[in-house]
Design a protein around this ligand. Structure first.
Ligand SMILES: [Zn+2]
Length: 185
């Protein structure tokens, strides 16, 4: 496994619509392993394939083991994910590994059901709320070339202080990928 370089805004690869995956092969399995390692190294909650320069509909997501959620510690790999149900609305703080140092409160559904295929090609449906549901919505946006900054006005963006360990705003595992912990989550 290898930690891959994360594509940074304003790289145009973050704005492209990604292609559906039709065939699962060994290269894809390796990509998934590398994406999981890259997400963990960056203390992220989620990572989409275009963030490592691969224009395919695939993301990985994971909540820290000590996070309060029935999904804590579980690693999600979803190919060709689609939101099939969404309910509620809230505006949690959000950030992105590709846009370090910036956050905003973004309107999201409170809970979503996502349909897709797992890394073995099996069709799965996952219902997720809170941070995981937010991550799913954020990562699926990436697959359509949409970034969280596209969902807010420039005035809504806030700068967050980089932390001492050099990981930028990414130090808090519990809220990154999609948030930074700057709001105390
Ligand atoms: Zn992102």
């Amino acid at each position: 496994m290898a930690v891959l370089p994360v594509v940074m805004y304003p790289d145009s690869r973050l704005q492209a619509k990604c292609k559906k995956i039709s065939q699962l092969d060994g290269r894809l399995q390796k990509l998934v392993d590398d994406m999981i390692e890259t997400m963990r190294a960056a203390h992220g909650v989620g990572l989409a394939a275009p963030q490592v320069g691969v224009p395919l509909r695939l993301f990985v997501a994971e909540l820290a083991e000590d996070y309060e959620s029935p999904h804590a510690g579980r690693t999600f790999v979803l190919y060709n994910p689609e939101i099939v149900k969404a309910s509620g609305e809230y505006e949690p703080e959000e950030g992105c590994l590709s846009i370090p140092g910036w956050v905003a409160n973004v309107k999201r559904a409170e809970a979503v059901t996502v349909k897709g295929r797992d890394r073995h090609g099996k069709e799965v449906r996952v219902k997720a709320d809170g941070l995981l549901g937010q991550a799913f919505q954020h990562e699926i946006d990436h697959l359509d070339g949409v970034l969280f900054i596209d969902r807010v006005s420039p005035e809504q963006l806030r700068r967050v202080e980089p932390k001492e360990d050099g990981a930028g705003a990414r130090s808090s595992r519990s809220a990154q990928g999609v948030g930074t912990g700057a709001g105390g989550r």
